[in-house]
Design a protein around this ligand. Structure first.
Ligand SMILES: Nc1ncnc2c1ncn2[C@@H]1O[C@H](COP(=O)(O)OP(=O)(O)O)[C@@H](O)[C@H]1O
Ligand SMILES: [Mg+2]
Length: 230
């Protein structure tokens, strides 16, 4: 699939927690297969934007449209199903289930959609191989390094072949060597499967990984790529 029109579009998003707005008229869009880096100071509204885009948080006003469908208008069950099947998530600290092995963690999103264990683990191992952590399959998260754990988390985000991956500072807890490795493997895997990535990051070499950079400041999002080409 070529990257065509916007896959996910946010218009005029506003969201307040108490008196101070977390989002104050944010605009955002991402196309199929596009990697968009979201940057900005701490507390500027990056995570809130990500959560609104993914349908985890409902904005006070404004719209999020995924593949032509409004997220707020969708029944809860439909929105949850969308999150399970079409979206993938990566967080700052892998948030792997400590009681499960690494391969079971990666297979989990498939198991939750009803895929049988053998098939789910076969697909999981394919993605673990892509992320160069296939040998960690039988280990538990507590037995692997931070960088390895994040690569397992990236494999888990890809296992359902989602159309969008939301990554909130996925390398924030890693040293620069491991951070760069995770960024490279994540963006290569996403590009090869034409998966869009909305990537909140502080990585300095972010332009090397992303197609476009958006800066969030005081709850407003601004496309830096457009600014630069003006
Ligand atoms: N669940 C919440 N309850 C109260 N305030 C929140 C909550 N989530 C975010 N905020 C506030 O909204 C603002 C934006 O937060 P956030 O989106 O997490 O920023 P960022 O990810 O850029 O650091 C901050 O002032 C933060 O304190
Ligand atoms: Mg945040």
């Amino acid at each position: 699939m070529m990257s065509g029109g916007p896959l996910l579009v946010a218009r005029e998003l506003r969201k307040s927690y108490g008196p101070t707005p977390a989002l104050d008229g944010a605009e955002f869009s991402v196309r199929t297969g596009e990697v968009v880096a979201v940057m900005g100071p701490s507390g500027s509204g990056k995570s809130t934007l990500l959560h609104c885009l993914a349908g985890i948080v409902t904005p006070d006003s404004g719209t999020v449209t995924y593949d032509g469908r409004g997220l707020s208008a969708m029944p809860d069950a439909e929105r949850s199903a969308l999150r399970r099947t079409e979206f993938g998530f990566i967080f700052q600290f892998g948030q792997l289930v400590p009681e499960l092995t690494c391969v079971e963690n990666v297979a989990l999103p498939l198991r939750l959609t009803g895929v049988k264990r053998r098939e789910a683990e076969r697909t999981a191992l394919h993605w673990m191989d892509r992320l160069e952590v296939a040998d960690l399959g039988p280990k538990r998260p507590g037995e692997v390094s931070g960088g390895q754990g994040q690569r397992v988390a990236v494999a888990r985000s890809l296992v359902t072949s989602p159309r969008v991956i939301f990554a909130d500072e996925p390398t924030g807890a890693l040293d620069s060597f491991n951070g760069e490795r995770v960024m490279t493997l994540l963006t290569e895997a996403a590009r090869s499967s034409n998966t869009a990535v909305v990537l909140v990051t502080h990585e300095v070499r972010v332009a090397a990984y992303s197609d476009r950079e958006v800066v969030v400041r005081d709850g407003k999002a601004r496309d830096m790529t457009l600014e630069r080409t003006k």
